[in-house]
Design a protein around this ligand. Structure first.
Ligand code: SF4
Ligand code: FES
Length: 241
């Protein structure tokens, strides 16, 4: 028999000067295979059209539906309500991002500012500007290593799960360092380890990480944050020897 499940959901509209942050309680009947995302849609369609949350793909690909579910940041579309045997689910917006309203946060603005700060785009070598030159083939092993890091969906979970980032706003965080590692290992990028040292060779970068593992434990794409941060640390340390 289907059970009733309860949602405690953070509600706040920062655009409304009269509004105050509060928790609101909703109930619905669980259906087989129901995800938190499906439940939220049902609540919005049937009980409260003002509920704000984000989604695009419903398949763990766009990263839009990240939120804090019973204390853990994760993707709503990849989280089954059946994971919570007592039927009590508390939803909060991801901390560390600008709040748009209720469960919706502006991860896009954060990621854009991070990309501008760390210059997260390919810096081609001089001869790569020649349109008539044949492209250099990339070794399959190198392409596989880059692809592994390209799987990041920019959901922001690792930022919210990182106590260092939450305590020190200027800390680059795991997503920034993963992206730096992606360009550092790309043979087409003209930047050297020394160039990257000037961007992340400090307490706001690789030497500020306290290895609390929140990023790696919660990343919905199981990306190897710790391995990449250790890789960058070795590279950065080698530049000052
Ligand atoms: S590294 Fe993982 S947790 Fe962080 S933004 Fe990318 S997919 Fe999300
Ligand atoms: S809706 Fe795209 S990751 Fe959840």
């Amino acid at each position: 028999m289907s059970r009733q499940i309860s949602f405690n959901i953070f509600r706040y509209d920062p655009q409304d000067g009269q509004d105050k942050p509060k928790m609101e309680r909703y109930q619905l009947t669980e259906t087989p295979g129901m995800t938190v995302f499906i439940a939220l849609n049902q609540l919005r369609e049937q009980q409260d059209p003002s509920l704000q949350f984000d989604f695009v793909c419903r398949a763990g690909i766009c990263g839009s539906c990240a939120m804090v579910i019973n204390g853990f940041p994760t993707l709503a579309c990849r989280t089954l309500t059946a994971n919570y045997p007592d039927g009590e689910i508390t939803l909060m917006p991801l901390p560390g991002f600008e709040l748009i309203g209720d469960l919706s946060v502006n991860t896009g603005k954060f990621m854009r500012e991070l990309a501008e700060r760390l210059k997260l785009w390919l810096h081609p070598k001089a001869d790569d500007h020649d349109m008539h030159r044949l492209e250099n083939p990339m070794a399959p092993e190198e392409a596989a290593r880059i692809y592994e890091l390209e799987r990041c969906v920019e959901c922001g979970v690792c930022v919210s799960a990182c106590a260092t980032k939450q305590m020190r706003e200027t800390f680059v965080g795991a997503v920034g360092m993963m992206k730096i590692a992606r360009f550092e290992m790309d043979s087409r990028d003209a930047r050297t380890a020394d160039d990257f040292y000037h961007v992340i060779g400090n307490q706001d970068g690789v030497f500020g990480c306290m290895t609390l593992l929140g990023c790696q434990d919660n990343c919905p794409k199981d990306l190897p944050h710790m391995q990449q941060i250790a890789y960058l640390r070795r590279k950065m340390a080698a530049t000052i020897l």
